[in-house]
Design a protein around this ligand. Structure first.
Ligand code: NAD
Length: 325
């Protein structure tokens, strides 16, 4: 494999003032790309703002001989997103890749979430991904090239207690990616999502919150399990995946990938072969109860539909029973 280069390319990395985003920005710059290092510079929960986080990463890049510019705008507003893309266009004249990585976090039992919590989380994760990608989209289409990396999460794709708002946003991001990958395909735009796993200030905040809720014994057991993992929970173990998906070498679109302590895997929505009812009469609730095991049975294989049409194809390819079984 030849080295993956970003020479002549311009990438926007949102939330790049620390954690995972910082490593994406540094690696792209090291590979010759110019980077917009975007970070609002607020707290993990969301409030606050500051320039020092983005500035520090820009300094790190320029000290190493790379090209970078800071952006302190919030991804959560359309105006902020437009300003981030304008920074790329005004400073470097183009934009080739967007890594939607910015995020905030709140950890609560479902009944504790306020309307403000919901808005704050959804606006940054899902809204931010929508806003920044949309601001760059016309530019991508006009040039027939674009790379978009979204950031989902195992909490959204699999489920995890205490993350109702965050998980809803992260699952929503994969929905956005699914549609944009199809709309972008004729224009040379690829869209994929990553599900990272890394210790960062965000996970430090989560650990502190969980410690309070779970008690010391459960946390000590969790810490013991994590100790085995060691360095593989550092952000660097996630960098290669996001940078590959943001690069010209990327051949993937419309997919979600998990990075988990050194293992990279594709994650997908699957459908069982299911139970095929009759076409001439709708299945009753009793029919569903009778055939429930077959509906859930994985032994008949799993389909991975790439769109609503695929599911129709699966059904229409089957010989249909003429009468209600
Ligand atoms: P982090 O807190 O270090 O990074 C998030 C960055 O986003 C912060 O620097 C923050 O200042 C910035 N940010 C927050 N709101 C912003 C806004 N409105 N506009 C611009 N920037 C904003 O945490 P991290 O772990 O590096 O997380 C990076 C991304 O990866 C997040 O989207 C997170 O949800 C996701 N993620 C992380 C993990 C993990 O294990 N660390 C797991 C799954 C998903």
């Amino acid at each position: 494999m030849t080295d993956i280069s970003f020479a002549g390319r311009v990438a926007i990395v949102t939330g790049a003032g620390g954690g995972l985003g910082r490593t994406y920005a540094l690696d792209i710059a090291r590979r010759g790309g110019a980077v917009v290092v975007n970070d609002l510079g607020g707290s993990v929960e969301g409030p606050g703002a500051g320039r020092s986080m983005a500035d520090a990463v820009v300094e790190e890049i320029t000290a190493a001989g790379g090209r970078a510019v800071a952006s302190y705008d919030s991804v959560a507003s359309r105006a902020g997103a437009q300003a981030i893309v304008d920074t790329a266009l005004e400073t470097f004249g183009r934009v080739d890749a967007v890594i939607n990585n910015a995020g905030n976090m709140r950890v609560k039992a479902f009944e504790e979430y306020s309307e403000e919590d919901f808005d704050a989380i959804l606006r940054v994760h899902l809204g931010g991904s929508f806003n920044v990608t949309q601001a760059a989209w016309a530019h991508f289409k006009a040039r027939g090239y674009g790379r978009v990396v979204f950031t989902s999460s195992s909490t959204g794709m699999y489920g995890s207690e205490l993350y109702a708002c965050y998980a809803a946003a992260k699952a929503g991001i994969t929905g956005l990616m699914n549609v944009l990958s199809l709309e972008g395909a004729p224009h040379g735009i690829t869209c994929n999502a990553v599900m990272p796993n890394a210790i960062s200030r965000m996970t430090d905040m989560v650990s502190a919150e969980l410690a309070e809720r779970m008690g010391e014994t459960a946390m000590a057991e969790a810490a013991e399990r994590m100790a085995v993992i060691g360095d593989a929970m550092s952000p660097a173990f996630n960098t290669g995946l996001a940078v590959y998906l943001a690069s010209e070498a990327c051949t993937s679109t419309h997919a979600v990938y998990s990075a988990c302590v050194g293992r990279i895997a594709r994650v997908f929505i699957g459908a069982t072969e299911g139970w095929h009812g009759a076409l001439d009469a709708p299945a009753s609730a009793e029919d569903i109860a009778t055939h429930f095991e077959q509906i859930c049975d994985l032994s008949g294989g799993v389909h991975i539909p790439q769109g609503p049409g695929d599911e129709f194809q699966i059904v229409l390819a089957r010989p249909q029973p003429a009468v209600k079984p």
